[in-house]
Design a protein around this ligand. Structure first.
Ligand code: ADP
Ligand code: ZN
Ligand code: ZN
Length: 804
């Protein structure tokens, strides 16, 4: 008898374990781990989906096992590695295993799709295949497909005669295009060419093209037509004369804006060479070490990644490169595609399900050596990974905000152990956690301190907005920033203007002295709660009334702080009517490809000023940009989050790094009400190390990460009283499990304490070593399961990236 262990799609604590099902004889060879199946569940006739985790010969179960009803997938959708990962992930993130499995599944498999059997090229005339398809091109698999057929399909699949294709709705099964290829080699092509009459211009052109592009064949008809002016008729003539062959190719959609020119390895600088050598030695030794590259902006980290990836490929391995969604710009993608061409798959949220499916299939079929993608690409079905890179490793977007709340870095480290490959974390401004780990020798620190060509770092000017001159101006531009913008425009160079939008208008600041209202207990700023009209702390729950005047200087100029991008754009238009301005924010980038278009336009110098939010701070490399202006450096500084200084430092350093990257020197103007704050001063000097020391000191003083671990537990319910009661119950439970060294904060309301009619309260646990905590949290989840029916939601976030 064969038995399958199945994780069923019922996300509750009671069902968060494998259930055993009997594999019907007819499906004996078909069911394997990693497939989804339909199974009966509960006492009724309920049919649900589940993932096969394991197939085995015996069961300890006493009664009679229920049989699997049918297989949903004819081939596994998750590999053994992914199944193993799901156990760890579920435990680490306090999530149901089913949620983890579903998260790892490529999105196309979660969307509405149809499943087809398609014959493979060599087997089109195979009698068994013909028999199965019964004269049709394909066969759709549905829940009506009987077991006998399923078995036949499975047999043919194993014999590599058919394959299974998933087709997302609204996505044509085969987008086939006509294309041209040839069996002739260069010499033969030239021979044939010499035999042609001189007036056979089109034929000569075609043969020349083929001789020059032999490596790129087959090439589509419409490419030949559009880009080389070679007509369909010319191709047909050549086909008749046996010079070319016409074939059909499946058109693979390429993400918008990708237009990579082939590049080759650059000669490395000494710093780059040291980095590449170290990483490559670990690739060769299959040694799962973690390297942290702390490299100033413009130090050439990307070239280091590319040459290390090359090493992995040469070793017959694959490489995974994660970048933040926001910097998954055509610029970055072009760099990788430019080096490795068709061996690269790109995964990002801008792709349609169909496009994602194309990329995913290419990875799964081993046609891809390199995957570049945002957070969820960490689950890409790559095999034999030889290198994992996480660029801009400090980015908060590597942590998923919803269940399962995983951090891509943790998953990467896990996969590195399994694949025995090194991990490279790169950033100009590493997260404090990573830098501290490097300090302790857990990671290897590689510092790159020089810009390429020894280009100087841009000169940064801090403008004190409290100055009489500056506070007198009407708009948001200081005289200094205005002057520099004008000069840049006069020189026909380009400028980037950053409006720092995070934490927008939720805190109070004095425009006279820069004072920000803070919690007396927690050293984070207090947040305004509109519904209560009071200032609150998100950590400990401290609250106080909204002040009328500045507690520091008595000025009445204390108020909420913030401006929108549209408003700034208007001000720019008024100040510089002749300047061409591009605005990049959530509003202007909603449409697919809009982001890429704006950047392309700016890159071609069709605009003088790029105005934007955090989106424009990273990864951009435009040689004509010589000025960066920051309108309001303070907003991130005032976030009610212990990472406020770190975020501010990162943002300012990154955006400053956009100026003066080529031959022309760069200039940065930072407007702030806190010119003496170390995060701003150190960012102006691009001095990460000094910032790191200062920030570590402060984290140590106030018991924050990386000195303490943090776990955030939030409770929500429609009834505020019930939410609070549950929160206090939770707190009591935790108190019982924790030693007296742990710090327990809250319950306190979250930033928007009411979302979708639910009240949110949170408890924060800070601790160093609490062996009972993990188990106790799991038990609490279990014990509160029944409450879920009464509308309670409890969420546990390990190492939260935002506390709000
Ligand atoms: P970072 O990611 O560290 O900010 P980049 O990788 O964007 O820096 O590199 C900055 C610029 O220097 C890019 O235009 C890149 O093409 C160029 N560059 C990198 N390495 C070299 C090299 N060894 N020789 C010449 N140019 C280089
Ligand atoms: Zn507090
Ligand atoms: Zn004041």
């Amino acid at each position: 008898m064969s038995v399958a262990e199945v994780i069923v799609d019922v996300p509750t604590m009671q069902t968060n374990r494998p259930f055993e099902y009997q594999i019907p004889e007819a499906l004996e060879d078909v069911v394997v781990a990693g497939m989804r199946v339909e199974v009966p569940f509960g006492r009724g006739k309920r049919r649900i989906q589940g993932f096969v985790m394991k197939v085995k010969d015996t069961s300890d179960f006493q009664g009679k096992l229920k049989p699997i009803i049918r297989v949903i997938d004819l081939k596994p959708v998750l590999s053994k590695e992914m199944l193993d990962l799901s156990y760890w992930l579920a435990d680490r993130t306090y999530s149901f295993q089913i949620s983890c499995l579903q998260t790892m599944l490529p999105s196309v498999m979660r969307a509405k799709y149809k499943e087809y059997v398609i014959p493979l090229d060599d087997a089109k005339n195979d009698s068994e295949v013909e028999n199965l398809l019964n004269g049709a091109q394909t066969l759709e698999i549905t829940n009506q497909t009987d077991e006998k057929t399923v078995r036949k399909i499975n047999k043919l699949r194993k014999a590599k005669k058919v394959d299974i294709q998933y087709v997302v709705e609204n996505h044509a099964l085969q987008i086939k295009r006509q294309a041209v290829t040839t069996d002739l080699n260069v010499i033969q092509l030239h021979e044939q060419k010499s035999k042609l009459r001189a007036n056979a211009k089109a034929q000569i052109k075609l043969l020349d093209f083929l001789a020059n592009h032999l490596g790129d064949l087959p090439v589509e008809f419409n490419v030949l037509q559009k880009e080389y002016g070679i007509s369909r008729a010319a191709i047909k003539t050549a086909e008749k004369n046996n010079l070319v062959k016409v074939v059909e190719v499946t058109k693979l959609r390429k993400p918008v804006g990708i237009n990579a020119k082939k590049t080759t390895n650059l000669d490395l600088t000494p710093e780059q060479k040291t980095a590449v050598d170290k990483i490559n030695s670990s690739i060769v030794k299959e040694d799962p070490q973690t390297y942290l590259i702390e490299g100033v902006t413009g130090s050439g980290k990307t070239e280091v990644y590319l040459q290390a990836i090359e090493k992995a490929i040469k070793k017959g391995k694959t490489a995974l490169m994660l970048v933040p969604e926001i910097s998954l710009t055509p610029q970055m993608v072009n760099r990788v595609v430019g080096r490795f061409g068709d061996q690269v798959a790109v995964l990002h949220s801008g792709l349609s399900s169909g496009e994602r499916y194309d990329e995913w299939t290419r990875i799964e079929n081993h046609r891809v050596k390199v995957v570049v993608g945002a957070r969820s690409a960490v689950f890409a079905p790559l095999e034999k990974i030889g290198l994992i890179i996480i660029d801009e490793e400090h980015e908060a977007s590597y942590k998923q905000d919803d269940n399962p709340r995983y951090h891509a870095r943790d998953v990467a480290l896990w996969r590195a152990q399994v694949n025995k490959c090194p991990v490279v974390l790169g950033s100009a401004t590493p997260s404090l956690e990573s830098r501290a780990r490097a300090q302790k020798g857990v990671y290897h620190l590689i510092r790159m301190t020089k810009r390429i060509n020894n280009q100087n770092l841009p000169h940064v000017q801090i403008v004190d907005m409290r100055d009489a001159e500056n506070s007198a101006v009407k708009g948001d531009f200081s005289p200094a920033l205005k002057e520099h913008l004008q000069e840049t425009l006069n020189r026909h160079e380009q400028a980037i203007v950053l409006l720092n939008r995070r934490g927008y208008s939720s805190f109070m600041m004095c425009r006279e002295c820069g004072f920000v209202l803070k919690c007396p207990n927690c050293d984070v700023s207090l947040t305004y709660h509109k519904d209560l009209r009071r200032m609150k702390c998100h950590y400990c729950g401290h609250e106080e009334p909204v002040p009328n005047s500045c507690p520091n200087c008595g000025s009445k100029k204390i108020g909420f702080y913030g401006t929108g991008t549209q408003n700034i754009e208007q001000q720019l238009n008024d100040l510089f009517p002749e300047a061409r301005i591009l605005r990049m924010d959530v509003d202007t980038t909603r449409r697919k490809g809009a982001h890429a278009k704006i950047l392309a336009k700016f890159g071609q110098h069709q605009a003088d000023i790029l105005l934007g939010t955090q989106m424009i701070a990273k990864g951009l490399d435009f040689p004509d940009v010589t000025l960066v202006g920051v309108i309001n450096a303070d907003t991130t500084l005032s976030l009610a989050d212990f990472r406020a200084s770190e975020r501010t430092f990162q943002l300012l350093t990154q955006v400053s790094g956009r100026a003066g990257r080529a031959q022309k020197p760069g200039k940065v103007v930072i407007q702030t009400f806190n010119p003496d704050h170390y995060a701003i001063k150190d960012a102006a000097k691009q001095d990460y190390e000094t910032f790191f020391k200062q920030e570590m000191f402060i984290r140590h003083q106030s018991n924050y990460t990386p000195y303490y671990f943090t776990t955030l537990i939030s409770v929500a319910n429609q009834d505020e009283g019930k939410t609070l009661k549950q929160s206090y119950w939770l707190k009591k439970q935790l108190q019982g499990a924790l030693s007296k060294d742990a710090i327990l904060l809250g319950p306190s309301p979250t930033m928007i304490s009411r979302k979708q009619n639910k009240y949110y309260y949170q408890i924060i646990v800070k601790y160093k070593h609490e062996p009972n905590l993990h188990q106790r949290l799991l038990e609490i989840l279990n014990e509160t399961q029944a409450d879920a029916k009464q509308g309670y939601t409890i969420a546990i976030d390990n190492e939260p990236q935002h506390i709000d």
